[in-house]
Structures are given as structure tokens and as C-alpha cells.
Design a protein around this ligand. Structure first.
Ligand code: PEP
Ligand code: MG
Length: 331
């Protein structure tokens, strides 16, 4: 099988044919998923979704519940970085949290960072556990759905506040913990040149970004076909975000599903992306593409794609190029 043929790549770094090292991280939700990340030679965890801690519980998770989950992942990753994303839930899923009224547009509503900033005790509990865990390994913390600078600053302020509490109580944590944000709301992406000054890294969430840029709800079957990463408007925004981050020396990765789709790997490399965070099952495929191409080729492909004006045409061009470069991946 293809998986078996890719297995030897697990122990090798992801380096392009012309010698650029690419960092490949795994996306996880449950601690047990680190196993597959390690087996595929991931450089770390680029997105640790923490929603499961809340969804599986009848009551709000305690600091200890958080801490134990993070500790498991950290120890399993043995010194490799783990990026923990703070709670990214919609109000409709968190029954314990009082909601003002029924939401007609939940994805435009009180979700994610908006929800946690309104529920400070709940947010502090998670931040405290993340900070405590940071004493045990290399942790990064990341805020989801940031829309304005004000929100980012509020979240960072809370983090600093929790740090001060820990300090007073003589509890160990990493004082230099890296703090990043998801770039997944068009407002933040458009204003990214100002956000990069206030974070240590950026992670582009294409799942939400595409839905907001195209104004398409993927779960609505009447419009779901319009939801695609290959829309030229989306690609233009991605290219400019990656370039904005690079210009300011801010590490940037893409953690949305798009980065685990090998159709887009060459294009994203051509945009200058050097870090991908992908579902564990896609790690080796993406590594295979990276090891089979040169950045120069990818830049040529990216230039070509950006002259096109239709999503379908872009996809079929990318598929042809992938078939040419890595025939074993395209049946
Ligand atoms: C995203 O929006 O691309 C993302 C990675 O976050 P989630 O899918 O958890 O919303
Ligand atoms: Mg998202």
C-alpha cells in the first residue's frame, strides 16, 4: 500500500530537493494521537485542540484535568514543541455557560476567544494549567478566532496576570512561553502586519478563514460546493499573509485542513510557507511531496496559479503538476 511505501520517510527530515528544511507538525485533539505523530516523525504538535476536555465532561474541567492531558502530550513528545490552543467552542456547545439568547448565526456569534474572554474564571483555569505544564516541556500557547488587537491584548493580559499569580505562589512555569494567534478571521488577516508585532507566531486557520472570506457555510449542502481553498481570492489572502509574516520574521504555519491536502503543498511552498501543521494521517504524504520538489519549481507553480481566475482550473492545474512531480501520489 501507499502508506507502507511512505513509511521509510518517517525517520527522515522534510527537506526540499534544493535544500530547504520544512517543519512538519501534527494536529491533534486527543492525547493518544501523539503516537501517530511520533511514528511519522512529526517535528512537534502545531495544533492541540482542547475542546474535547469540555465536550466530554458533564461539568467544567478542573485545572488538574487540563494539566494531566497536557502533561501526557508533552511527555510523549519528549522535548518537541507542543502548541496548545485555548478553548475554541461555540456557545451552543457549552451548556454550562449562560447564553444571552438563541444565536441565529452561531459562527458569527459568541464563540472561541470571545466566549473565553467573557468567562474569565474558565479561561484562567485553562491558562493556569497550560502555564504549569510549560515547566515540563516546550509549550506554545495560541488564541483562536482573534479579530481585533484589543482582543489579543486582553487575552495576553490575562495570561500575564495568571503568570503573576503563579509567581507569587512559587509555582514553576516557562517565563518565555511563546504566545501566538490563529489567523482565521478576515479582519485579523487583513490587519496582520500590525498583529505580528504582538505575537511570537501565527497559525493560519484556513477552515474558518475560507468560510468567512467566501461567506459560505460548509455544512449547508446548497452552498457547500462553493467552499474551496482554491478560490483565487482565498489564495491571494494566504499569499499575502505568509509574506507579511515572513517580512516581519514571525514564524507562520497553516493548520487548517488545506495544509494536509497534498494538492496544495507545492503552491504553499511557492508562497514561502516553511511550516505545516497537518492531521497525523497526512504527515507522510505531505513529507513525500516536500522531499520531491524544489522551492524554485514551487515558486513557478505559485506564479502560474496566481494568473488564473477560476477555482476549478486552479485545482486541475495543481493536480497535473502534482502528478508530474510526485506520480506515485496521484493515481
Ligand atoms: C481552522 O479554522 O482552520 C482551524 C484549524 O481551526 P478549527 O478547524 O478547529 O476551527
Ligand atoms: Mg478555526
Amino acid at each position: 500500500t501507499l502508506a507502507a511505501r511512505l513509511l521509510p520517510l518517517a525517520g527522515k527530515p522534510a527537506i526540499t530537493e534544493d535544500g530547504t528544511t520544512i517543519h512538519l507538525y501534527g494536529n491533534i485533539e486527543f492525547p493518544y494521537e501523539v503516537k501517530e505523530c511520533n511514528a511519522s516523525g512529526a517535528d512537534g504538535i502545531g495544533l492541540y485542540r482542547t475542546e474535547f476536555l469540555y465536550l466530554n465532561a458533564k461539568t467544567e474541567p478542573t485545572e488538574e484535568t487540563h494539566f494531566e492531558a497536557y502533561k501526557k502530550v508533552l511527555l510523549a513528545m519528549a522535548g518537541k514543541p507542543v502548541c496548545i490552543r485555548t478553548l475554541d467552542l461555540g456557545a451552543e456547545k457549552l451548556l454550562e455557560v449562560p447564553r444571552p439568547e438563541d444565536e441565529r448565526n452561531p459562527v458569527l456569534g459568541l464563540r472561541s476567544i470571545r466566549l473565553t474572554l467573557r468567562n474569565v474564571p474558565l479561561f484562567r483555569t485553562q491558562l493556569r494549567a497550560i502555564l504549569r505544564a510549560s515547566a515540563l516541556g516546550k509549550i506554545r500557547v495560541m488564541f483562536p478566532l482573534i479579530t481585533t488587537l484589543k482582543e489579543l491584548r486582553q487575552a495576553k493580559m490575562l495570561l500575564t496576570d495568571v503568570m503573576e499569580d503563579l509567581e507569587e505562589q512559587n509555582i514553576d512555569f516557562d517565563r518565555n512561553i511563546e504566545v501566538g494567534m490563529m489567523a482565521e478571521v478576515p479582519a485579523a488577516v487583513i490587519f496582520l502586519d500590525r498583529f505580528v508585532d504582538e505575537v511570537d507566531f501565527i497559525s493560519i486557520g484556513t477552515n474558518d478563514l475560507i468560510q468567512y472570506v467566501l461567506a459560505v457555510d460548509r455544512s449547508n449542502k446548497d452552498v457547500a460546493h462553493m467552499y474551496t481553498a482554491s478560490e483565487p481570492s482565498v489564495l491571494r489572502l494566504l499569499r499575502s499573509s505568509i509574506q507579511t509574516a515572513i517580512k516581519s520574521n514571525t514564524p507562520v504555519n497553516i493548520c487548517g485542513q488545506m495544509s494536509g491536502n497534498m494538492l496544495y503543498t507545492m503552491l504553499l511552498l511557492g508562497f514561502g510557507l516553511q511550516q505545516f501543521s497537518v492531521p497525523p494521517a497526512s504527515l507522510l504524504e505531505i513529507k513525500k511531496v516536500i522531499c520531491s520538489v524544489s522551492i524554485k519549481q514551487c515558486q513557478r507553480i505559485a506564479r502560474r496559479v496566481m494568473t488564473k481566475e477560476n477555482a476549478q482550473e486552479i485545482r486541475s492545474y495543481l493536480k497535473d503538476e502534482l502528478r508530474k512531480q510526485v506520480p506515485e501520489l496521484v493515481p
